[in-house]
Design a protein around this ligand. Structure first.
Ligand code: AMP
Ligand code: ZN
Length: 113
């Protein structure tokens, strides 16, 4: 399967990794939408948020824990940040391997575009 995030998780494609463990990898987005824009992905290929099923509950929770740790490490936790999961075409999903956006370093608008 041709998947850019599987390639990053397997070390076949370069990325600016900020955290990794046996379950997840976190790396800087190649096209950042904020001063801090990190993606947290599972090593397992899950196509998107809609494909998160009961066996993934612990993994999905771990992604949230890691996002908080990375926010702390990158110094955006105190001021605040945003976590985003995009699903499907209308949701703005462009890479079909689950990824949690961690955005910070500027004031976020609401509602999002
Ligand atoms: P989404 O639109 O929610 O599917 O987000 C996909 C994100 O992946 C976008 O913000 C892209 O800039 C980012 N992206 C795509 N390819 C890479 C890559 N090779 N390294 C880092 N980020 C990437
Ligand atoms: Zn993948």
């Amino acid at each position: 399967m041709n998947c850019v995030f599987c390639d990053i998780a397997a070390g076949r494609r370069q990325a600016a990794i900020v955290y990794e463990d046996e379950q997840v990898v976190a790396f800087h987005d190649i096209n950042p939408q904020a001063p801090v824009h990190v993606l947290v992905i599972p090593r397992e290929h899950i196509p998107g948020p809609l494909a998160i099923a009961a066996p993934h509950e612990a993994l999905a929770g771990h992604m949230l824990v890691v996002a908080g740790q990375v926010a702390q490490d990158l110094g955006i936790a105190t001021d605040g940040y945003r976590l985003v999961l995009n699903q499907g075409t209308l949701g703005g999903q462009s890479v079909f391997h689950l990824h949690l956006h961690l955005l910070g370093g500027r004031r976020m608008r609401w509602p999002p575009g």
